[in-house]
Design a protein around this ligand. Sequence first.
Ligand SMILES: C[S@@+](CC[C@H](N)C(=O)[O-])C[C@H]1O[C@@H](n2cnc3c(N)ncnc32)[C@H](O)[C@@H]1O
Length: 296
Amino acid sequence: MVESVRELGKFLSRVVPLDPELRVRQLYGLAPVDLEFAARSTTYMNYGYWEDGCADIDEAGEAMARLLGDAAGITRGDTVLDVGFGHGDQDFLWLRERDPARVLGLNITPSHVASARARAEADGVADRLDFREGSATEVPFPDGMFDRVVALECAFHFRPRTAFLAEAFRVLRPGGTLAVLDVLPVEKDIPQSALRSPYFSWVNTTIDAANWHDGDEYRDRLAVAGYTDISLESIRDRVYQPYRDHMVNRLSDPGFVAELTPEQHEILVKSWSWQQQLDEDLAKLDYVLVVARKPG
Ligand SMILES: C[S@@+](CC[C@H](N)C(=O)[O-])C[C@H]1O[C@@H](n2cnc3c(N)ncnc32)[C@H](O)[C@@H]1O
């Protein structure tokens, strides 16, 4: 998730009375790429998983991808569905490190599909990384086609997440695994509107209200969809605070600042200046690794 997206989310929610899915698509489509990826070597669009000693956003993005790849059990010869793939960095990493037969990606943002496709073609792997435009809630693939279905930091956008859980169940083969990295409130009674810092405006503007529930409810919804062997683990301590520290620190890194326009720098400084509100907001948000299996 990136700052420009948050600012745009706030803006769009006021001026564009759109279908929320269209709003999400416009949001990501409009985000200025140079601000998102300034002074970085990857295009991961997630908070990253900050293991001890990690001080680098690109490494943290890769660690997040590895965590999800491990949880899903992606292995040689698998057919994988990655929904909400961003620019597809995790798919290239899995191809290199895990040798799946094929990864198919679905994303509603045309510019993300175009960039991931262009990279797959440039790398000569378009036969194995197949990125398509489409929604997580209407998966255009046949029943039982996939060994793994994954969603990295995006299922909170889906309208609603339960429709995706049902679609993932349908397209998984019996015995196949669903693995999701997702955002939730830490407790069920926290209203979405309780998050007030500009930095977290995306929570109010782009998380579907039906998806705003706690981990127990998440488990229940997976069970209702037919999944078994359900696990849900909070990894919030290795996500939000280290990401925040990284973002605040890099605002005084000359190499980073040199890649921004003065306006972009101002947006970032503003977005990270609400320290007390950020403390309060962060205490309300969970970040979970969810794994479940289709029986069979
Ligand atoms: C925060 S980004 C995460 C991207 C990527 N997984 C990563 O970690 O780098 C969320 C992604 O979900 C996509 N997305 C949002 N709603 C979607 C939907 N209904 N179906 C498919 N993709 C969706 C967005 O276009 C965006 O690429």
